[in-house]
Design a protein around this ligand. Sequence first.
Ligand code: PMT
Length: 227
Amino acid sequence: MSLRDRKIIVTGGPTREWIDPVRYISNASSGKMGVALADAAHAVSGETVFIHGPMDNSLLSGRPFRITGVESTEDLLEAVMGELTGGAVLIMAAAPADYRPAERSNLKIKKSSDELRIDLVKNPDILKTVASRKAADPSLAGLFVVGFAAETHDVEAYALSKLKEKDLDMICLNDVAREGAGFSTDTNIVVVFTRDGERLDFPLMTKRDLAAGILEKIEAELGRRDR
Ligand code: PMT
């Protein structure tokens, strides 16, 4: 089955975890990598859905694929789980917040004391939840899952351990400490590792060109499986 016959689910952007009505925890993801991947997916697939966290809406205007906006990591988890089908490809370029405040205050927290401590609790890991569902549900056996790894040190070791821990078919490592790579830029530098131990290096290039290269690699991997 080629990509033309598969649904491609792409996630992008950050998530937002509210502390009180005016403050939140988030990160510097712009959603550009996700949009570039969704554009590249739309060019090769019969059905593309882009699920994104809070981002600049002008990056989304006129896009011809289905778009779902979410806010928190728990919302993103629910939206991703709701889209999974057996033959689908899931590309997780979003940067979900790993922690959220244990409690959200309904009132604005006043700056009365010199120090303020906020207890955080761990958010669900979306890719690990997908892996558990895939293992438990035979109808999802053909799901192809691609993760990203945003690392600043020991980059390959962390990426390879995420590939294994999250039971991914492929991981795209961006060393976000490198100039021109990672968050908010129009360019990226990525190394792709596959489940079978293959490595493919993408030097500095636009996120648009990179996204097309990643989709080509996914198509090649799926083709190899089908043979
Ligand atoms: O949006 P841009 O400004 O264009 O920037 C692009 C990017 C740097 C955000 C993107 O290329 C990228 O690296 N996305 C993944 C960021 C991230 O969350 O990395 P991580 O190493 O913390 O997570 C590893 C993988 O697990 C990712 O696929 C992530 O989507 C996923 N994850 C993370 C947390 C969580 N609770 N559940 C997850 O599934």
